[in-house]
Design a binder for this molecule. Structure first.
Ligand SMILES: Cc1cc2nc3c(=O)[nH]c(=O)nc-3n(C[C@H](O)[C@H](O)[C@H](O)COP(=O)(O)OP(=O)(O)OC[C@H]3O[C@@H](n4cnc5c(N)ncnc54)[C@H](O)[C@@H]3O)c2cc1C
Length: 489
């Protein structure tokens, strides 16, 4: 039996934000995650927009946490060295009913306290975004909208939390949560381990309602709503400098076209309710809907430069709002579930709020000293020529380019593996360094990344996985295979 004061279930953007905030208090804190890494759920597959807060209904938790989260995002990302850009957004309308919807959104935003919202007319639109469909007749201008790298923020918050004492354990799937009969709190069973904790915090994304219903008398229903995307290759100039939304509907914020912080163009998502919360497939129907709809924003859109497709799954609660706080009817049990959009935007505020609540209920004292998180060095591909020379002189591994598409060096890959909560898989390296994120999608660099992982983790190359579990990328060595075939002379 493993004992801890606070057990957080789920290491997405919500769990890592809560863990980082709680790491400032004197307590033993553990995070368990069913996947092989941080950000294995919705946090790795979303639009990456820090919404300004105009869309959520006033008075809801979504509105409260979104507006507070958006306000602190810039400083948080700057302090953690996470890519973030306040590029602004337009929500585009094509007819009079869209205009009325945009007016309602503007009013809603004002009520939520979002500054700078205004309706722009057709003439202003083509000057701001020349690639926009000339049939667009008006738009809500949202100067406070921003873009961020969602998983890089989760990695940085996890590293910061780990530096300050939080323990992360992967491949731990919470299968049951039950009151500890001795009255000491909760017992969480993962099949391989049992955890006894004074307080439990459910940040389990798509499985949040399942865990909630194990302990609370007030049951929740969760719908899993998948969204599919195209990701276009990086380009010197992108057709849009802002995120371009169409009018939202009952299923979400609709299909967007947006630059990413790394200079790609993201197109999507659709919204389809699915049975299996782990089914992140993409489908011809889903993608063709995304393409058709996005062409209304950008008539010249072609997916010739598409480098990958992916999908993420929204965790939608029947209450149509986030559930954040104490679990109804349970002592020392807390949750942040139903965290669909704008959950990425809200995470810093949810972390702050939930940590303060748990600390107060448990009577935790703040630590006298916090270990300062120092962001890693500038990525090699962003360095000037002089900076590159200096980097190679200080560490020759900077001179070995492993990923040619994204210009990622051996030094950066080794650093990513050695971080406090370092990469353990090919995908972990990819999301931390961008090795494998480019046009060839790892075709060239994957074997070299696998070699470096096996050296750093001191494990055989055959046990390196793409993303944990059974996702091994090599089945055997040629030498072994020849031996088995009796052809090794
Ligand atoms: C298509 C799409 C687009 C979106 N776009 C945006 C956007 O632009 N802006 C925005 O603000 N929000 C957006 N969102 C919402 C945002 O992605 C989510 O709100 C956010 O990522 C939720 O984070 P989370 O940590 O709560 O959940 P997750 O990221 O899903 O993390 C939950 C973690 O818990 C783990 N877990 C689950 N069950 C267990 C268990 N039993 N035991 C142990 N671990 C467990 C999972 O493996 C996972 O790692 C979007 C979502 C989707 C799907």
């Amino acid at each position: 039996m493993m004992k801890t004061d606070i057990l957080i279930i789920g290491a997405g953007i919500t769990g890592t934000a809560v863990a980082r905030e709680l790491s400032r208090f004197r307590a033993h804190i553990s995070v368990i995650e069913r996947g092989a890494d941080i950000a294995e759920g919705a946090t790795k597959a979303n639009s990456g927009i820090v919404h300004a807060g105009y869309d959520a209904l006033p008075g809801t938790k979504k509105a409260f946490f979104n507006v507070r989260g958006a306000a602190v995002y810039g400083n948080l990302c700057a302090s953690l060295g996470v890519p973030y850009r306040r590029c602004g957004a337009l929500v585009v309308g094509f007819d009079e009913s869209d205009r009325a919807a945009l007016e309602r959104l503007k009013e809603r935003g004002r009520t939520n306290g979002v500054p700078g919202l205004e309706i722009l007319e057709k003439e202003a639109l083509s000057a701001l975004e020349p690639s926009l469909n000339p049939e667009a007749s008006c738009a809500l201008n949202v100067p406070g909208s921003a873009i961020v790298s969602p998983y890089e923020l989760a990695f940085a918050m996890a590293d910061d939390a780990a530096l300050n004492g939080v323990e992360f354990r992967f491949g731990e799937d919470a299968r049951s949560v039950a009151p500890d009969e001795s009255g000491a709190g909760w017992i969480v069973d993962t099949g391989s381990s049992r955890y006894q904790c004074r307080a439990v915090i459910n940040c389990a994304g798509a499985f949040g309602a399942e865990l909630h219903n194990m302990i609370s008398p007030e049951k929740l229903t969760m719908v899993h709503r998948r969204g599919q995307y195209y990701l276009l290759d990086r380009a010197e100039t992108l057709p849009f400098s802002r995120t371009i939304f169409q009018c939202p509907n009952a299923m979400g914020k609709g299909v967007l076209v947006s630059p990413t912080v790394h200079g790609n163009l993201l197109i999507g998502p659709n919204a389809e309710d699915i049975e299996n919360p782990l089914d992140t497939a993409t489908t011809p129907e889903g993608l063709s809907f995304v393409l058709r709809t996005a062409q209304r924003t950008w008539p010249f859109l072609s997916v010739r430069t598409n480098i990958t497709n992916f999908s993420g799954i929204r965790a939608h609660l029947n209450t149509d709002d986030f559930a954040v706080g104490a679990v109804s009817g349970c002592e020392n049990a807390y949750e942040a579930i139903g965290i669909e959009s704008p959950g990425l935007s809200s995470a810093p505020a949810i972390g702050e709020y939930l940590a303060a609540m748990v600390a107060e209920d448990m009577g935790l004292k703040r630590k006298d000293e916090i270990a300062a998180y120092v962001p890693g060095p500038k990525p090699f591909h962003e360095m000037t020529g002089e900076e590159r020379d200096a980097a190679v002189r200080s560490n020759p591994e900077y001179g070995n380019i492993i990923c040619r598409c994204e210009v990622v060096t051996e030094a950066e890959i080794r650093t990513a593996i050695r971080r406090p909560v370092g990469a353990r898989t090919i995908d972990g390296v990819k999301r931390r360094t961008r090795a494998g994120m480019g046009r060839c999608q790892g075709g060239f660099c994957m074997p070299r990344v696998a070699e470096i992982l096996s050296e750093e983790l001191d494990c055989g190359i055959l046990s390196v996985t793409k993303d944990g579990g059974a996702s091994r990328i090599l089945c055997d060595t040629v030498e072994n295979m020849l031996k088995e075939a009796g052809r090794d002379e």
